[in-house]
Design a protein around this ligand. Structure first.
Ligand SMILES: [Zn+2]
Length: 60
C-alpha cells in the first residue's frame, strides 16, 4: 500500500543538506569525496596484532 509520506529527499550524510540526484546521497562532489576519504581512512587503519612484522619495516 502506498505511503502518504512526501517524496524521499535524501539528506547529505556529511552536511545534512538535501542531496542532489547527481551526487546522491550527497549534496555535492565535495561531500562525496569527504565520505570516500573516511572510507579509505578506515580501510587503511587495519588493526595489526603482530608487532615484529618484517613486512612493516619496508624501506624504499
Ligand atoms: Zn553535503
Amino acid at each position: 500500500m502506498p505511503d502518504p509520506k512526501p517524496p524521499a529527499r535524501t539528506a547529505c550524510p556529511i552536511c545534512g543538506k538535501p542531496a542532489t540526484p547527481r551526487e546522491r546521497p550527497f549534496c555535492s562532489p565535495r561531500c562525496a569525496q569527504i565520505d570516500l576519504g573516511r572510507w579509505f581512512g578506515e580501510t587503511y587503519r587495519i588493526p595489526t596484532s603482530t608487532k615484529d612484522d618484517p613486512d612493516s619495516d619496508v624501506t624504499g
